[in-house]
Design a protein around this ligand. Structure first.
Ligand SMILES: NC(=O)c1ccc[n+]([C@@H]2O[C@H](COP(=O)([O-])OP(=O)(O)OC[C@H]3O[C@@H](n4cnc5c(N)ncnc54)[C@H](OP(=O)(O)O)[C@@H]3O)[C@@H](O)[C@H]2O)c1
Length: 349
């Protein structure tokens, strides 16, 4: 008789009343189900902690909204440990929405772009980061919206994060002057030291708008912004006419989005003065959803891998270890603790 595997899960247990906290989650242990035809059992190895996870409770975006009792959703890298479908080979690594649990069952009909077999020979951290959703968000944003021609000035919001750190380095590779926003002097030093940015501005400093202006004496040609709020308000007045603006998220608002309440507008930070500047200079935020570009994922992966191989690109990550760390990682990670680059939690080796 085969032994029944136990699946540890974190699930959404208590409704969010104000902000998401670790107390909204609870643990349970359930048996791993027997596979039906056309399925695979995935053992989760590395779980991605993303700011967008916080939105899953409040809105339906690229996945179904999370309801009470659901396993917390998250992208992850996992290994096929059992299969009833030849497309899923035991031992292969897969990327998918496997959730906060040890084991996930996937189906051969799961056709979402983000279920894919991973290229062998790459680290789990790189598969989830620079070759995963955040790396692709950076790559396609720089290509489609940035269209950098070199010697331009680029401002990167959220520059110490998974997307921003890659965007800034891609802009450096393109020959631009790159200024990044970071939370605190240590993170600023990391951007200019480790990541090779030309300058960094502490977004918590009271005079951050003046500091940014001093670092961008010729104006801004490309603004990469997934944060919104004060950093957008500081950057827009510096943008040149027809400057490009990649606005692919609104992280400064994510904590204000509560289930059942109307989400704040994505451009709520635009004062009448800023709207006038945008109109006069033809500044328009361009939003891309990374999954719309997933048909070109392998091509992007190849280019990013070549930059890493020749030493021009680094793929920083902060990886915590242990199933019990998941809720705190989501709460602390999004609030900007010590993490640099892509944030993950490792469950298994
Ligand atoms: N459109 C798409 O397809 C797509 C895909 C992926 C991600 N995104 C969006 O991209 C954004 C960043 O994702 P990520 O994975 O790079 O996140 P991440 O790794 O958690 O990094 C977040 C960054 O934002 C900064 N930050 C956090 N709160 C801030 C605030 N109130 N003001 C200024 N900066 C703040 C952090 O700075 P410090 O840590 O230095 O304090 C950090 O650099 C999110 O909005 C996400 O939803 C969009």
């Amino acid at each position: 008789m085969s032994e029944t595997l136990v699946n540890r899960q974190w699930f959404y247990a208590k409704p969010i009343t104000d902000h998401l906290t670790a107390d909204n989650f609870a643990r349970r242990e359930v048996p791993v189900p027997e596979l039906r035809q056309g399925q695979a059992l995935i053992r989760n190895r590395l779980i991605s902690i993303d700011p967008a996870n916080r939105l899953y409770f409040a809105i339906q975006n690229y996945r179904r909204q999370i309801e009470l009792g659901d396993v917390m959703a998250a992208f992850a890298i996992g290994e096929v440990v059992k299969s009833t479908d030849p497309r899923f080979r035991v031992g292969d690594l897969w990327h998918g929405d496997f959730g906060w649990q040890d084991y996930a069952v996937i189906n051969s009909y799961d056709r979402a772009e983000y279920y894919h077999r991973c290229t062998p020979g790459m680290s789990d951290e790189d598969l989830l980061g620079v070759y995963g959703i955040t790396g692709m968000t950076a790559y396609f944003g720089v290509e489609k919206v940035g269209r950098l021609t070199g010697r331009e000035t680029v401002v990167v919001g959220g520059a110490t994060g998974a997307c921003g750190a890659i965007i800034g380095q891609l802009a450096k590779i393109a020959g631009c002057r790159v200024v990044g926003f970071a939370g605190g002097p240590e993170k600023c030093a990391w951007l200019t030291g480790e990541m090779g940015f030309d300058a960094a501005v502490d977004y918590r400093a009271p005079d951050m708008a003046q500091r940014l202006a001093a670092e961008c004496p010729d104006g801004v040609d490309f603004f990469s912004d997934a944060i919104g709020g004060a950093i957008s308000q500081a950057t827009i007045p510096l943008m040149k006419k027809d400057a490009r603006w990649y606005h692919f998220g609104n992280m400064s608002e994510y904590d204000n989005m509560v289930p059942g309440e109307t989400a704040p507008r994505h451009d709520a930070f635009l004062t009448p003065e800023l709207k006038a500047i945008c109109k006069e200079r033809n500044l328009r935020p361009i939003f891309l959803l990374v999954f719309d570009f997933y048909c070109r994922r392998l091509e992007a992966q190849e280019t990013l891998a070549s930059y890493i191989a020749d030493g021009r690109l680094k793929a920083p990550n902060t990886t915590l270890s242990g199933f019990e760390k998941l809720p705190a990682a989501l709460i602390d990670g999004s609030l900007g603790s010590n993490k640099l680059g892509k944030l993950n939690v490792r469950l298994a080796g």
